[in-house]
Ligand binder design. Structure first.
Ligand code: RIB
Length: 294
């Protein structure tokens, strides 16, 4: 059972500061930390750590940030035969993390933004699940979903970051994952469950809303799961949502029930908040099992 991720690959430049600056404001922070990131690569690494065989389609540039951007994928054993090196800078994410563990991220997409549907390999044979996010140009994301759906794969869409999500993409999505900001962008204001159910009407077979310290809510036509957050002391939430999506995809590909897969994803995402960085903070599967009490 293997997972394909079509998504972004970045190097993250992170600085810690007492708080995130407002518009026009300067705050003094600590030293810069350079680490592998990108919502696509983060999901791929999380899925691989959770035991899936993972292949990644994405792009980097031929520059000094390429190595750091790819380091986590290589370490986790993700198949990079679909990875392209393009004539553009490697994607960079400029991240400020506050003492409260919250973050603000600006992404300079670079090579990620140059990807087109022509860069997709035609053959999706052998994969059971496709994990998508919204950090690549919408055309390649939609084309990947179409091909995957035609080939019988289950498509999981992490609708992050917030941007226009084509109605067709929602119809092709088997499992939609959003946080509270993305839920508001897609479904307006109101009760979380009502809005998640409203999104179900637009195509996905399942909708999960991740609620940070309040856990997650998942609805399908027949099931509803409200799971509390695994308790941790969060120092940096960067990549926690990506960890949730990657682990959920891996465990569904492994054959877990929806509820079991959601539980594993929630524990892994919480543990990913206990260390700095995105991929660097992701737990091993042994750590996830230990935290679950198994
Ligand atoms: O979701 C966290 C990720 O968002 C970071 O790793 C950064 O690269 C941006 O893509």
């Amino acid at each position: 059972m293997s997972v394909l991720v079509v998504g972004s690959v970045n190097a993250d430049l992170t600085v810690r500061a007492t708080r995130i600056p407002g518009p026009g404001e300067t705050v003094l922070g600590g030293d810069t930390r350079t680490s592998p990131g990108g919502k696509g690569a983060n999901g791929a690494v999380a899925a691989a750590l959770a035991g899936a065989q993972v292949s990644m389609i994405g792009a980097v540039g031929q520059d000094a940030f390429q190595d750091v951007a790819l380091s986590g994928l290589r370490r986790a054993g993700v198949d990079l035969s679909g990875l392209l090196t393009l004539d553009a800078p490697t994607g960079l994410a400029l991240i400020t993390v506050s003492d409260a563990g919250e973050n603000a991220i600006t992404v300079a997409s670079g090579a990620n933004a140059r990807l087109t549907p022509q860069h997709l390999s035609a053959d999706l044979g052998g994969f059971t699940h496709l994990l998508l996010q919204q950090e690549l140009p919408p055309k390649i994301t939609l084309e990947a979903a179409k091909r995957a759906s035609d080939a019988g794969l289950t498509v999981l869409l992490n609708a992050a970051p917030t941007r226009d999500t084509a109605p067709e993409l929602l119809r092709l999505t088997g499992h939609l994952l959003v946080n509270e900001h993305e839920l508001a962008a897609l479904a307006g204001e109101g009760e979380v469950e009502d809005r998640a159910r409203a999104l179900l009407e637009r195509g996905p077979g399942a909708v999960t809303v991740t609620l940070g310290g309040k856990g997650s809510l998942t609805v399908t036509a027949r099931e509803m799961h409200r799971l509390p957050a695994h308790p941790v002391n969060a120092v940096d939430t960067t990549g926690a949502g990506d960890t949730f999506c990657g682990v959920l995809t891996a465990r569904l590909a492994h054959g877990d029930t929806l509820e079991a897969a959601l539980r594993w994803a929630g524990i892994a995402a919480a543990l990913a908040c206990t260390h700095p960085g995105a991929q660097d903070a992701m737990p091993t599967w042994e750590e996830v099992e230990r935290a679950s009490g198994h």
